[in-house]
Design a protein around this ligand. Structure first.
Ligand SMILES: C[C@](O)(CO)[C@H](O)COP(=O)(O)OP(=O)(O)OC[C@H]1O[C@@H](n2ccc(N)nc2=O)[C@H](O)[C@@H]1O
Ligand SMILES: Nc1ncnc2c1ncn2[C@@H]1O[C@H](COP(=O)(O)OP(=O)(O)OP(=O)(O)O)[C@@H](O)[C@H]1O
Length: 317
């Protein structure tokens, strides 16, 4: 039997929701979703190393805002994989972050997904896909997609996944905000806005139709038509994110003025995601967004990219 490694590094990508439809809230406080996820080329790297005692360190973008205790999703992931496996011992976890924290791009979920895959490889647990999915869904609604990557449809809490029939590669520009948004707070704000309009936000699910991804988005992805994808982009959480951070309206307006094929708040925000027509168009959009001063940082990325994957399986000396 080949010997197991001393350390493993796994890379996991950020996501954008091309379409995000939010249905009613159930008794557990979660909302029924229909979403199209796409993994994009902004990455966190998680290294899990055998150690005498457990520890966690974080470096990179927004590192100071990331918890370094057992509440970190990477720590929780390692514990989840180790349960019931005597070969699991203490590990030192180090996270190199490039995905913004509380940015609506599943940064914490990426770290959780990466740590699941890393711990599995470190200890040679040999998790099945079903088992990996179960552990991922137990960590958070976005974690299963962070494991899978690519372009996928999410239903249920967003954790029931089916790969989407999608062609083409997409050029993205992301405008970050210096102030994060808490995901539960954004869902709660959407409920508040809906209740204010007289909509029933927590009716029993069977009395309200489940949200469904639009035919327009599925057809656009199938044909790889970026312009049609841009037109079909939609996020039900956007009004709530704009209500909590009104200055995002300016960010979205700049993208629109610069001819973005589509511009929406990414997930629960506050990051704004713009779809560009080409590499050159993405450069122009990024320059315009940077010059306008509306964003704390602007980054370009490509999608789709793979989910959590081993980048350093080698044995350490
Ligand atoms: C907004 C999205 O990023 C879109 O992909 C996700 O729905 C959020 O996924 P996540 O951050 O992994 O979510 P979790 O950590 O599981 O849940 C955080 C909180 O978000 C809210 N939440 C999340 C998912 C969902 N389907 N309904 C919800 O209402 C709940 O208040 C929950 O307590
Ligand atoms: N590894 C982690 N990286 C970042 N935040 C983490 C991590 N583990 C736990 N957290 C906590 O989770 C909160 C949300 O962080 P995260 O970056 O995942 O938000 P998000 O990208 O908006 O999430 P999503 O898009 O999945 O809704 C943070 O404020 C932090 O307290």
């Amino acid at each position: 039997m080949p010997s197991l490694p001393e350390a493993v590094t796994v890379r996991a990508a950020a996501k954008v929701n091309l379409e995000l439809l939010v249905g009613p809230r159930d008794a557990s406080g979660y909302h029924a979703l229909a979403t199209v996820f796409q993994a994009v080329s902004l990455y966190d790297d998680v290294t899990v190393r055998r150690a005498r005692r457990c520890s966690l360190t974080v470096a990179g973008r927004d590192a100071e805002h990331v918890p370094t205790d057992e509440s970190n999703l990477a720590w929780r992931a390692v514990i989840a994989v180790g349960e019931g496996h005597p070969e699991a011992g203490p590990v030192a976890i180090s996270i190199a972050k490039d995905i913004p924290v509380a940015g609506g791009m599943a940064g914490g979920s990426a770290d959780g997904a990466a740590a699941l895959v890393a711990a599995d490889a470190l200890w040679g647990v040999g998790l099945s896909r079903t088992e990996l999915h179960r552990l991922a869904a137990g960590l958070g609604a976005d974690v299963p997609f962070s494991v899978l990557g690519g372009t996928a449809i999410g239903t249920g809490r967003g954790d029931e996944l089916a790969p989407a029939m999608a062609r083409g590669s997409y050029h993205w520009v992301f405008a970050f905000s210096d102030e994060g948004l808490s995901t539960p707070r954004v869902f709660a704000e959407l409920d508040r806005l809906r209740a204010e309009r007289g909509e029933d936000v927590s009716a029993p699910a069977q009395q309200q139709p489940e949200p469904e991804v639009s035919t327009a988005m599925m057809t656009a992805l199938l044909s790889g038509d970026a312009e049609a994808v841009g037109q079909a982009m939609h996020n039900d959480l956007q009004e709530a994110a704009l209500s909590l951070q009104p200055r995002l309206v300016d960010t979205l307006a700049i993208g629109q003025e610069c001819g973005a094929l589509g511009g929406i708040v990414s997930g629960s925000g506050p990051t704004c995601a713009f779809l560009a027509a080409s590499h050159e168009h993405a450069l122009d959009l990024a320059v315009a967004l940077t010059a306008s001063g509306v964003a704390s940082d602007v980054r370009r990325a490509q999608g789709p990219v793979p989910g959590a994957r081993l980048i350093h399986p080698g044995k350490e000396q």
